[in-house]
Write a protein that binds this ligand. Structure first.
Ligand code: URA
Length: 238
């Protein structure tokens, strides 16, 4: 990273001001004064401003993964099954935001940003999660009404949901369902309650973050638009 940018990322000064500091001879790399703002700082270099070491602030990491079926979404599993964290190649200690069942595929976020889990998973922040479910049979108008307006699962009544039949076949159908809660196996239990067992389930969106073309097992860091969305959510925190 350029020395000028490095200093700015350490919080020493703005990029423009950092350039001045470097040209003034206030900055050392490995105990040598460097006056070139474009000097390339390596990972193991020691950077000092006015003879005091400066450190890069720890940047949070945000990944999205298309969780494959058969992988658990806890960071560690007592049965030693493959987990989502194993699929991400990073030095940061990231952990999954919320859960997907072992037999559900689709988008899951992983981060070391402790604040995010609460925002993404608590209904009061209203972050919608969109799923595509293949279910037995085709829900009729009454079943759709119940799914949309709340069904009792154990001792909990689900909140409002958006539900749309995308395709209907003789024995099953493909249904899109959007909820902003995340109770254990919620979508499966909701469909069970109205008599349409879920045969397969995939999550395709979390708020404004969409799975796009990621195949099962693939992951990437969130891009700048997705990071702006995360930032907006954090700023709007109640
Ligand atoms: N609902 C489910 O039934 N399973 C999931 O993994 C997520 C939501």
């Amino acid at each position: 990273m350029r020395l000028q940018k490095y200093l700015a990322h350490c919080g020493v000064a703005s990029r423009r001001k950092a350039e001045e500091l470097i040209i003034n001879g206030d900055v050392k790399v490995n105990n040598e004064i460097i006056i070139d703002p474009a000097f390339d700082v390596g990972e193991n270099d020691i950077v000092k401003y006015k003879n005091k070491r400066v450190y890069l602030s720890k940047k949070n990491k945000y990944f999205m993964l298309n969780k494959p079926i058969g992988v658990v979404s806890t960071a560690s599993d007592e049965k030693g099954r493959a987990n989502v964290v194993d699929l991400i190649d990073t030095d940061s200690r990231v952990y999954p935001v919320g859960r997907l069942d072992i037999d559900t595929s689709g988008i899951i976020l992983l981060t070391n940003d402790g604040e995010l889990t609460n925002i993404m998973t608590h209904p009061k922040y209203g972050v919608m999660k969109k799923y595509i479910a293949t279910v037995e049979g085709t829900p009729n108008a009454k079943a759709l009404y119940r799914l949309r307006n709340g069904v009792r699962i154990e001792n909990y009544v689900t909140g409002k949901a958006k539900v749309k039949i995308l395709k209907s076949y003789p024995t099953d159908s493909v249904v899109e369902i959007v909820i902003n809660e995340g109770k254990n196996r919620q979508v499966r239990k909701m469909f069970d309650t109205v008599g349409h067992r879920v045969k397969s389930l995939k999550r395709i969106e979390i708020g404004e973050i969409m799975i796009g073309g990621l195949n099962q097992g693939e992951y990437r860091e969130l891009d700048s638009t997705e990071m702006e969305y995360i930032q907006r959510l954090k700023n709007a925190k109640i």
